[in-house]
Design a protein around this ligand. Structure first.
Ligand SMILES: Cc1cc2nc3c(=O)[nH]c(=O)nc-3n(C[C@H](O)[C@H](O)[C@H](O)COP(=O)(O)OP(=O)(O)OC[C@H]3O[C@@H](n4cnc5c(N)ncnc54)[C@H](O)[C@@H]3O)c2cc1C
Length: 310
């Protein structure tokens, strides 16, 4: 492990005094435990934006960029064990996309090239921004986090628990890996933005098929603080799919009307109507911008499932 103090840095309050560069996960945990005010930094794309905006003044940083054990992936018991240090650029490459197509599509959509070269999977998850592109995919895949803690400990938690704030990282803990099922089945990710070119999602949709269980898993991103799973719509549409026709050339796995109805069902579940007025019993109309967002969600969900089935 190496530690650098900026040579001419003034040591006043609110100034970063040291940057530690551990070579292993356990060294990173030890450094964070020894310096409770220190913050881990991976690609720095979110963290430095917060520093530059004056929202954060870390007293010390523990850089994760030299930890080789979290920069790749391996297979274990039908799962992919993905390093938290995988960059978006790396996840976008064809070998990764062949195994985790929706995650690769999300990584390719996550900002401009310089951001994708530095930004990591772990950083995307821990920042937990509503528009984080990998988050709906991880929610649909029902991924879990493998967290490294003091004394060489490892614990797992569903990604959804961290995103919903039900479970937090404890002092000294670092996300080391993510456990993602290898389904060998169609998976899609689609994203809508407010303008052309790389930008944050206004809405996104991930669809994962699980033919072995005859299941459809869908998650909608960016319309709420965390990805939303329309569970009833998933179960309803899974019962209508002709699973023997999925990805069979010339076959129709799902009637077009059912596909459209799935989009509407998902959109209604994620963006429900306003509450009815207790006096009149009437629900006020949704504002035009919200109606537009609902139509966007319906289109994304319909197209994402349509592409997964075709
Ligand atoms: C111009 C620009 C455009 C962007 N566009 C998009 C976009 O379209 N879609 C999108 O999803 N994101 C976008 N982002 C956000 C950003 O690139 C991603 O969230 C990125 O994945 C963050 O990863 P990082 O490695 O840079 O995280 P960092 O900035 O290094 O860290 C972010 C947070 O996570 C913590 N952290 C990082 N790694 C770990 C770990 N292993 N264990 C524990 N804590 C950890 C840090 O302490 C910090 O709190 C954009 C950013 C920029 C600057």
């Amino acid at each position: 492990m190496s530690t650098h103090a900026p040579p001419h840095a003034p040591h006043g309050p609110g100034v970063t005094r040291s940057v530690t560069l551990p070579a292993t996960l356990d060294e990173a945990v030890a450094a964070l435990t020894a310096m409770p005010a220190a913050i881990p930094v991976a690609g720095g794309t979110d963290l430095m934006a917060a520093v530059n905006a004056g929202q954060l003044r870390p007293a010390a940083l523990v850089g994760l960029g030299r930890i080789s054990e979290i920069r790749g992936w391996e297979y274990q018991d039908g799962h992919g064990i993905l390093g938290a240090g995988l960059t978006h650029a790396r996840m976008g490459r064809p070998d990764f996309a062949a195994l985790f197509p929706a995650l690769a599509a999300a990584a390719r959509a996550a900002g401009p090239p310089q951001t994708r070269n530095a930004g990591t999977l772990g950083g995307n998850v821990v920042t937990a921004a509503p528009a984080g592109d990998t988050l709906p995919v991880l929610a649909a895949l029902e991924a879990t986090l493998i967290v490294a803690g003091p004394g060489g400990s490892r614990r797992e938690m569903p990604v959804s628990q961290l995103l919903s704030g039900r479970e937090m990282l404890r002092p000294g803990e670092v996300v080391g890996h993510l456990r993602v099922p290898l389904l060998h089945a169609p998976q899609t990710f689609l994203k809508a933005t407010g303008r052309t070119g790389p930008s944050r999602a206004t809405a996104s949709a991930a669809v994962v098929l699980d033919p072995a269980r005859r299941g459809v898993r869908c998650a909608i991103g960016a319309v709420a603080p965390m990805p939303l799973r329309p569970l009833e719509a998933e179960q309803w549409v899974a019962s209508l799919i002709d699973w023997s026709a999925v990805r069979v050339r010339g076959a129709v796995a799902l009637a077009p009307e059912a596909l459209s109805a799935f989009g509407e069902y998902v959109a209604m579940a994620c963006i429900p109507d306003s509450e009815a007025d207790p006096d009149t019993g009437q629900a006020p109309a949704l504002p035009p911008a919200v109606q537009h967002l609902r139509r966007t969600v319906a289109a994304l969900a319909r197209r994402a499932l349509g592409r997964a089935l075709a």
